[in-house]
Ligand binder design. Structure first.
Ligand SMILES: [Zn+2]
Length: 220
């Protein structure tokens, strides 16, 4: 299963990525992890990325693309992979398509997590994170046992800058300008599967697995 996961910030992409990768026994490849491992190992790409970051610049697409290409050439992706956080725009989607065309192993499904905008604002602005262990809670859906304190380590909970309502609104705008067009891209490729991502995490995972199974069944 070669899978791309797409969805706005707050759609629960990270959690679903972990669940689906484990269900299909494929590596979960997130751009964040690729960056961290290249930086840690001090690879030429990692050093190049670091030189931009040290100057306070964004890492150019070109460097990110090379890191993704490099990651997709590792042996563990032979049974498939789940990409999370890439592609982030149509240019990257084209790059990915070219990388996979070389290997004659195209993306089989782009799974879109569909969440209502108000629901996203509600989910993210209610999130509280432990200062100590980074565990996330939610003031409505996943309340800590004691107000303002982490269940795991007793650390103070706070609202990350990213989770403030005005910041969320801006992130959603960036998403609809840059990332949402890749949904059309994968629709044209005939591999788009959209599922509602409301409700409990496990229900959404099940919905995703069922939709992906139905798709591979219909291709067989
Ligand atoms: Zn904690």
């Amino acid at each position: 299963m070669r899978l791309v996961l797409v969805g706005p910030p707050g759609a629960g992409k990270g959690t679903q990525a972990v669940n689906l990768a484990s269900h299909f026994a494929i590596p979960h490849i997130s751009t964040g992890d690729i960056f961290r491992s290249n930086l840690k190992a001090g690879t030429p790409l990692g050093l190049e990325a670091k030189s931009h970051m040290d100057r306070g610049e964004l890492v150019p697409d070109e460097v990110t693309n090379k890191m993704v290409k490099d990651r997709l050439s590792k042996d563990d992706v032979k049974p498939g992979f789940l990409l999370d956080g890439f592609p982030r725009n149509v240019v990257q989607a084209d790059v990915l398509k070219a990388i996979l065309e070389e290997k004659k192993s195209p993306i089989e499904a782009a799974l879109e997590l569909v969440v209502d905008k108000n629901e996203i604002i509600n989910r993210l602005s209610g999130r509280r994170t432990c200062k100590n262990c980074q565990r996330a809670f939610h003031i409505q859906y996943e309340k800590p046992a004691k107000d303002g304190l982490c269940d795991g380590c007793g650390g103070d909970l706070y609202q990350r800058e990213d989770d403030k309502e005005e910041v969320i609104a801006r992130r959603l705008e960036v998403y609809s300008e840059q990332t949402a067009p890749i949904i059309d891209f994968y629709a044209r490729e005939g591999v788009l599967i959209s599922i509602p991502a409301m409700g409990a995490v496990d229900e959404v995972t099940k919905r995703a697995i069922d939709a992906l199974a139905a798709r591979s069944g219909s291709n067989a």
